[in-house]
Design a protein around this ligand. Structure first.
Ligand code: GRF
Length: 206
């Protein structure tokens, strides 16, 4: 196989610490994926600088500049098609993607969510977990479907909740877990994808 890596597009809205964990994972020549483009829907998002520092093409598509969600998502789709993208990784991308876009990229979008799904879908996950007095919290990488935070789970990582935790202290502990979970999940997806390609090449040779 000439180019045995999964090509990632990473979509962000903010500081991009999960993007950074993927950048660092991809810096290892043995990691089976590479980032081909980073797209932010917010101008000035911190993650754009991280992409630029790593020499990765970084684009801004300001959703407020589009008349509606559908026009924004059509442009996002076209931008992604300009790169050889195999998998779209949402990393703190704060727009809910509509069914039209999700269906075009079916089984090719993953997201990292700061809870142990199916618990605490949506926003304010840590505050809700603390209010419920749960013993463990965590994060999930899952495939994206048209229903929010509902797609098949790829991988999860849990952390303890401490008696004196605040939203901030719990969020910080979960974020550390996110930074190892996302690269691990992408690695697993990439290895499965490469195996499928190898098998189809063998069948084609047969
Ligand atoms: C993370 O907690 C992620 O789980 C959630 O948004 C946050 C993004 O953080 N979806 P960062 O921009 O990757 O630092």
């Amino acid at each position: 196989m000439a180019d045995p890596k999964l090509n990632l597009a990473v979509l962000i809205s903010g500081r991009g610490s999960n993007l950074q964990s993927l950048i660092e994972a991809c810096a290892d020549p043995a990691f089976p994926a590479r980032i081909v483009v980073v797209i932010s829907n917010r101008p000035g998002a911190g993650g754009l600088q991280r992409a630029e520092a790593a020499g990765i093409p970084a684009l801004t598509l300001d959703h407020t500049a589009y008349p509606d969600k559908s026009t924004f998502e059509t442009t996002l789709h076209e931008k992604l098609l300009a790169y050889p993208v195999d998998l779209v990784c949402l990393a703190g991308f704060m727009r809910v993607l509509g069914a039209g876009f999700v269906n075009k990229w079916a089984n090719r979008i993953v997201n990292i969510h700061p809870s142990l799904l199916p618990d605490y879908k949506g926003l304010n996950t840590h505050a809700r977990a603390l209010a419920d007095g749960v013993a463990r919290a965590g994060c999930t990488v899952h495939y994206v479907t048209a229903t929010l935070d509902d797609g098949p789970i790829v991988m999860q990582k849990s952390v303890p909740v401490m008696p004196d935790d605040t939203i901030e202290s719990l969020a910080a502990r979960v974020l550390v877990a996110e930074h190892s979970l996302y690269p691990a999940a992408v690695r697993q997806i990439a290895l499965e994808w490469l195996k499928t390609i190898e098998e189809s090449e063998k069948i084609a040779e047969y």
